[in-house]
Design a protein around this ligand. Structure first.
Ligand code: NDP
Ligand code: PYR
Ligand code: MG
Length: 545
């Protein structure tokens, strides 16, 4: 894209600097008189904005202020995010982004990203050409059917691709102009939205079957045709009845990954590997129990089984037996095999039926308990106490988002386990005191993985995403967890170092892509960490001559 001048320049978020335009720039770009006389630094603008954002009481107001900033002055928006990750993440991402999606119809000001609905069928290539940028490196696409643990939010799911891509830039250093958020709108089954006069999406029930897969296929082909073979496509927050099939269908023809299935898997594997540093033993010495056997649950289970199988040099069919899952019908066991969805079948082990989580814990005696159910408060006091009576140090991960859906709170995990648990959650909880000791919960969220994974795939020009690449990403993340972190009960490094962490993940990912012959960006750079860092977008203002 080219830089405009004068009044249009001030209205173009990609180039606007507001009061930070210098005297020379004001002369050269026809800005005289369009700005008050004061000249501000980016640092001072940032200070002012932080004061503004902090004065809002409600997280949703902060969210709206940040979106407004993104649409007004993109570099300043990213500067704020990069310099204040820990404070800003809960606003642009979970939990606030969930509330924003729920209320998208009423807070909606200006569209962000591309909306591709059934009305655009047969015209998707033209729709892509309406987007102002020609060079796209990563697309995050949703159909809005399973937004966090909040269910079907239809077209209002757009908040998720927008938020994920803001993190691609802020945490992973991918240029904002190369990021494209997409929402595919095939309708919604959310009755409340269908009745809502302010609903922004198609007012119809979801299309399914051939009609659905045709639209998705047209989109996948149009992306390749328009942006080339290497554009990375991240599937996000699809319902599991489509997610696994889409991944299976396109993983051999496009560089795609499903963040909920695969990104989450890599982040949890990394957390478990870090926890082993304090628990001792190898992966295969542990027994895993999941509440929730959908995308996140079975995705994580499979990657852990794969890593176990590599480490212990036994077939994955064997290592899967260390991992058990509970769904709405109870423990997944052999006698249920006929009626199980295909992604649950590998987990139907030999066992008598068990109806609920608590009894499953008593029977299976897991060392590690993972919540991936999308339902809040399902790790009850009984559940946590059972885990603590079986284990000296129970590992408890409550992955469901947003905070309202978390299987338990940090406080509950620490109090009910009498301070014994290693705890991490999908949405953030503040550090807290228990019995005079400070506990710092980690955030087990795929936000640790996808920005670095994406950066690594982009800089190597990867043409496919292989499971080995996900293992490399997990290893890259686990490698950034220090002994000091683990001693504090933290199985993930603090987010404030995320750009450095992302560079390390990217380097491992790129290295694996080169090793597997999947990288098209040649020659292979010698020092991949250094190279990854050198490729990262910086939000500092540029001088316009
Ligand atoms: N922290 C992170 O990085 C991530 C977190 N998540 C979170 O994980 C949650 C689940 O996502 P996802 O796996 O994609 O969703 P799915 O819909 O694919 O899976 C949900 C699973 O939970 C089961 N379940 C639902 N309610 C209960 C219950 N009361 N008791 C037992 N099992 C139950 C379902 O059972 P059944 O099959 O019988 O219906 C299903 O197996 C969401 O809240 C999401 O936000 C997701 C991705 C990443
Ligand atoms: C974090 C995430 O991807 C989810 O909750 O769906
Ligand atoms: Mg998701």
């Amino acid at each position: 894209s080219t830089m405009r001048s004068g009044y249009s320049l001030l209205r173009d978020p990609r180039y606007n600097k507001g009061l930070a335009f210098s005297e020379d720039e004001r002369d050269a770009h026809y800005l005289r008189g369009l700005l008050p006389p004061a000249i501000s630094s980016q640092q001072l603008q940032e200070k002012k904005l932080m004061i503004n954002v902090r004065q809002y009481q409600l997280p949703l107001q902060k969210y709206m202020a940040l979106m407004e900033l993104q649409e007004r002055n993109e570099r300043l928006f990213y500067k704020l995010l990069v310099d204040n990750v820990e404070e800003m993440l809960p606003i642009v991402y979970t939990p606030t982004v969930g509330e924003a999606c729920q209320k998208y119809g009423s807070i909606f000001r200006r569209p962000q990203g591309l909306f591709i609905s059934l009305k655009e069928k047969g015209k998707i290539v033209e729709v892509l050409k309406n987007w102002p940028e020609r060079v796209i490196q990563v697309i995050v696409v949703t159909d809005g059917e399973r937004i966090l643990g909040l269910g079907d939010l239809g077209c209002q799911g757009m908040g998720i691709p927008v938020g994920k891509l803001a993190l691609y830039t802020a945490l992973g250093g991918v240029r904002p102009s190369a990021c494209l958020p997409v929402t595919i709108d095939v309708g919604t089954n959310n009755e409340q939205l269908l009745k809502d006069e302010f609903y922004i999406g198609l007012r119809q029930k979801r299309a399914t079957g051939q009609e659905y897969s045709d639209l998705l296929h047209e989109f996948m082909c149009a992306v390749k045709q328009n942006y080339g073979e290497k554009v990375l496509i991240q599937f996000e927050d699809f319902a599991n009845h489509n997610a696994f099939d889409l991944l299976e269908k396109y993983r051999r023809t496009h560089p795609v990954f499903n963040d909920d299935i695969q990104g989450t898997a890599a982040v949890v594997l990394a957390g478990v590997v870090s926890a082993l540093k304090s628990l001792g033993g190898t992966l295969a010495d542990h027994t895993f129990l999941f509440l929730g056997a959908g995308e996140a649950g079975t995705g994580i289970a499979e990657l852990i089984a794969l890593e176990m199988s590599k480490q212990a040099k036994v077939p994955v069919e064997e290592t899967r037996k260390r991992i058990w899952l509970v769904d709405t019908k109870g423990l997944i066991v052999n006698s249920r095999k006929d009626t199980l969805q295909h992604f649950k079948k590998p987990w139907a082990h030999e066992h008598e039926p068990i109806k609920d989580l608590l009894n499953a814990i008593k029977a299976i005696k897991p060392t590690i308990l993972i919540g991936s159910s999308g339902v809040g408060r399902t790790f009850t006091r009984d559940v946590i106490e059972a885990m603590s009576s079986i284990n000296e140090t129970p590992v408890i991960m409550a992955l469901s988002n947003p905070t309202s859906q978390s299987e338990c709170t940090a406080e509950e995990a620490y109090t009910w386990s009498k301070g014994k648990a290693i705890f991490a959650s999908g949405s953030p909880f503040n550090p807290l005191q228990y019995n005079g000791k400070e506990f710092v919960p980690g955030q087990a969220n795929n936000a640790y993985i996808f920005p670095g994974l994406g950066l690594g795939l982009i800089i190597s020009g990867a043409i496919r995403v292989h499971d080995e690449i996900l293992l490399a990403a997990a290893e890259g993340l686990a490698g950034q967890v220090t002994r000091e972190n683990v001693e504090k009960g933290l199985i993930y490094p603090p987010f404030k170092n995320i750009r450095n962490i992302s560079a390390h993940i990217a380097a491992q990912v790129a290295a694996k892509a080169y090793d597997l012959g999947l990288a098209s960006q040649l020659p292979r750079p010698e020092d991949l960490v250094k190279y990854a860092k050198s490729c990262m977008y910086s939000p500092v203002y540029q001088n316009y001559r």
